[in-house]
Write a protein that binds this ligand. Structure first.
Ligand code: F0G
Length: 437
């Protein structure tokens, strides 16, 4: 298919325009797409984006394709694959402020990306990745995944009628995610080893067998994922929060967030930039360690984590693929990175769940990280903060029930009754409810 897309592919290292890989910087150099950005076109774009909120047409109703001039300009609308993704809730549960250490002047917004069609933020990049893979003639699409990307790929590949293949670490993805991926009909290849091994294999297999690779090293995935930030800013009336906090694993999401902010700033959609914080799980925190060592003036190499481990299986990643892009965005946004323990992640998850909002474990790393940064005086208690909740509570039912039952190794049982057995009579029920009545 011969389509004229307006975005150009560039090398992130030297900035030069490239066809497939950078001849000067080598095949390892990361690439990014650059849509044409006309400074001064901001007001007209804002008008267009808000008009589309009133439209009933699929691409306009999608919280990704609504922003298509900044995502895949020039893509004919009949090639758009969409499940009306995005349009996720922005919550402000006031009682989370106290948990996070924010004062009553502080504002904490939760952007719940778990409300996407397959229950995670991955749908935003995936609808764009699939649309472009098909437009460019892919016959089979593939990814490696800790479970959410695979669920998303499986759904969108099925919708578009193209076979999908996913490489997952055997026994290391949650039951909810495995169920989705299998149900949507993707070919699931379980790899004895970590996500990092699965990632290496899918890259080799894609090059060898000509599969359309849909991990976030595919620059179109990043373009779609920018819409989390665009929609968040849109929800906030294009007022910029002081901080945006998000969980990080493979570092695609921070790369997309930073790129969206730079482009929105260039276009004049926003008049300042927020600071950002990437939160990793302590057992899988090579990026946090690297950022901390750079902050202390060390100039060492990035060290992968050979044996990552965390209860937050979505971010159980030791060799993230988008380190260069993520570092560039953090420098531009005066960002930081930190790690939190599994116990902190689960306590934060319980707090988010108890607000009635709920999220999967990895998502709660953002709130655990926020709590740390407020306690350390990095984020002021009266700041306005947006935390990205990346996945839905039902993604990992085993961890959630195990936490409340007190059966997770090394994690104390939370106070408060989760569930209990009652006898089938009113006396027993009355006894179980005595503190409420
Ligand atoms: N939160 C959730 C729920 C995730 O699934 C992921 C990544 C992240 C955070 C981290 O985002 O990798 O862009 O830094 N999940 C990928 C997957 C790896 O395969 O589903 P990142």
């Amino acid at each position: 298919m011969n389509i004229e897309l307006a975005s150009q592919l560039h090398c992130v290292r030297c900035g030069g325009e490239v066809e497939t890989t950078c001849g000067d910087c080598g095949p390892e150099a990361p690439l990014e797409l650059r849509p044409p950005l006309e400074p001064g076109s901001g007001p007209a774009l804002l008008e267009l984006f808000s008009q589309r909120r009133l439209s009933r047409r699929g691409p306009d109703r999608s919280g990704v394709w609504r922003y298509r001039e900044l995502i895949a300009p020039g893509l004919p609308e009949d090639l758009i694959v969409t499940r009306m993704e995005g349009n996720t809730g922005l919550y402000e549960p006031r009682h989370l402020n106290a948990f996070a250490g924010l004062s009553s002047q502080g504002k904490l917004y939760l952007k719940h990306e778990g409300e996407n069609p397959t229950g995670s933020f991955k749908d935003r990049g995936m609808c764009v990745g699939i649309s472009l893979a098909i437009a460019e003639g892919a016959k089979v699409v593939a990814c490696a995944s800790t479970g959410n990307t695979s669920s998303s790929l499986a759904s969108y590949a099925a919708l578009a009628g193209i076979p999908g293949v996913v490489f997952v670490p055997a026994g290391k993805i949650s039951s909810g995610k495995l169920a989705q991926t299998v149900a949507y009909g993707a070919r699931v290849l379980e790899v004895e080893g970590s996500f990092d091994l699965a990632m290496r294999l899918v890259e080799e297999a894609s090059a060898h067998f000509g599969l359309g690779l849909l991990n976030s090293i595919n620059p179109w995935r990043v373009e779609g994922q920018k819409s989390i930030c665009l929609e968040l800013l849109d929800d906030l009336g294009w007022e910029v929060p002081d901080w945006i906090v998000l969980p990080s694993g493979n570092l695609g999401n921070i790369s997309a967030l930073g790129k969206a902010l730079r482009e929105a700033h260039t276009l004049g959609l926003i008049d300042r930039l927020p600071r950002v914080a990437c939160v990793q799980a302590a057992g899988a925190s090579p990026f946090a360690r690297y950022v901390e060592s750079r902050a202390q003036g060390e100039t060492g190499e990035f060290m992968i984590e050979p044996d990552p481990e965390t209860v937050a299986t979505a971010i159980r990643i030791g060799a993230p693929r988008s380190v260069e892009k993520a570092i560039r965005e953090l420098e531009h946004l005066q960002g930081t990175a930190l790690s939190v323990s599994d116990a902190e992640i689960l306590a934060a998850k319980a707090a988010v769940d108890a607000c009635g909002v709920g999220c999967e474990p990895a998502s709660a790393a953002s709130i655990a990280g926020l709590k740390r940064l407020v306690a350390a005086g990095v984020i002021p208690p009266d700041a306005t903060v947006a935390a990205i909740l990346t996945g839905h509570l039902l993604k990992d039912p085993d961890t959630t029930v195990g936490y409340h039952d007190g059966t997770l190794p090394g994690i104390p049982r939370p106070s408060g009754l989760g569930r209990q057995t009652v006898e089938a009579n009113l006396d027993s029920i009355g006894a179980a409810l005595s503190d409420l009545l």
